[in-house]
Ligand binder design. Structure first.
Ligand code: SAM
Ligand code: SF4
Length: 335
């Protein structure tokens, strides 16, 4: 007789895609107002609607046996959520969860880096589209570029193992910012990740504003240094990974528009108010808060996760004429 519990079947959808990557939004609030992400005026969720840390940890405890081994904390701006390091420490203690990441705009990173590292966070992505204070204000409707740079430098001192800088490539901006950002990242050992501009923000999206991956690469090679595909290129990863020929430092391009990676998608998302979304562009979502509050119902929660992933569509439709933009904007989904 054996008392080994057979492992649960992984979270796969009808296209055979296995989902191991859970993105958890911890707040819809933000201290910036990036034009490509959210409107200036917005009503935020009441505090009581947010999943508590205990509820988030309970969700992750149910998701891990179903194959989830990566969690990324995001928002809104996740560092606005009080005591975020406490959540990191709670997640770090969950056996089977191998990777915890954070995506932040960096404004509060200088203050929180040490506590986050102490809590067990090893990887951070910091969003920074420009080093120019004027263009930063134009893009984010706020000031703060110096604070973000300070946050990045503090993160380096605090001992994060891997620090990435996310920049959304928008025509009219990135042409000016690409080389300065690339040189800044190369100089400090940060990995630059350029993200093609997607139709998920509040402002009207125009395809002409998308700077496709091939153009970004051409510009980088002309203005910074030659690049070649990275040796550990992972076809399952959303980022196309490159390495500079001279230093070997890495750089990624997330080409969601010109080279969609939906056929390899391994992500599921939960919003700060407990809505499960099987795609960033999903038009439907599943409310799982009743399965976490007042108490966790693990079997029903596992079944809900399976059902939500099982119903996942083939992919986003924003290259199709009948594309319908989700009503939620990026800040309230969790990027
Ligand atoms: N506030 C944090 C931050 O800015 O890093 C976390 C949340 S933010 C929604 C996550 C990521 O989504 C950021 O890197 C941001 O640049 C990206 N993003 C937001 N709107 C986007 C859009 N329309 N197209 C591409 N990326 C976008
Ligand atoms: Fe806030 Fe991040 Fe959206 Fe900018 S991209 S408004 S920092 S949530």
């Amino acid at each position: 007789m054996t008392n080994l519990i057979p492992p649960a079947a992984p979270l796969s959808d009808s296209f055979g895609r296995v989902h191991n990557n859970l993105r958890v939004s911890v707040t819809d609030r933000c201290n910036l107002r990036c034009t490509y992400c959210m409107p200036e005026d917005v009503t935020f969720l009441p505090k009581d609607d947010l999943l508590t840390f205990e509820e988030i940890a309970a969700l992750v405890r149910v998701a891990v046996p179903l194959g989830v081994d990566k969690v990324r904390l995001t928002g809104g701006e996740p560092l606005l959520r009080r005591d975020l390091p406490t959540l990191v420490a709670m997640l770090r203690d969950i056996p089977g969860l191998h990777d915890i990441g954070l995506t932040t705009n960096g404004l509060l990173l200088a203050k929180q880096s040490d506590a986050l590292v102490k809590a067990g966070l090893r990887r951070v992505n910091v969003s920074l589209d420009t080093l120019d204070p004027g263009r930063f204000r134009e893009l984010t409707r706020r000031d703060g570029v110096e604070q973000v740079v300070e946050g990045l430098l503090a993160a380096k001192r605090a001992g994060f193992e891997r620090i990435k800088v996310n920049a959304v490539a928008i025509r009219g901006f990135i042409e000016h910012d690409l080389a300065p950002l690339a040189h800044f990242c190369r100089g400090h050992g940060f990995e630059l990740r350029l993200i093609e501009y997607m139709p998920i923000g509040a402002e009207s999206w125009e395809r002409d504003k998308v700077v496709p991956a091939h153009e970004l690469l051409e510009r980088l090679e002309a203005e910074v240094a030659p690049l070649s595909p990275a040796s550990d290129y992972d076809p399952a990863a959303p980022a196309m990974d490159f390495a500079y020929a001279d230093t070997g430092a890495k750089l990624g391009i997330i080409a969601s528009v010109s080279r969609p990676f939906c056929d390899r998608c391994n992500r599921l998302r939960v919003t700060a108010d407990g809505k499960l979304r099987n795609c960033l562009f999903a038009l439907d979502e599943l409310d799982i808060k009743p399965l976490l509050r007042p108490a966790t119902r693990p079997d029903e929660l596992a079944a809900a996760l399976r059902a939500n992933i099982g119903a996942k569509w083939a992919g986003h439709r924003f290259n199709d004429a009948d594309f319908v933009k989700p009503t939620r904007t990026m800040h309230s989904i969790g990027g």
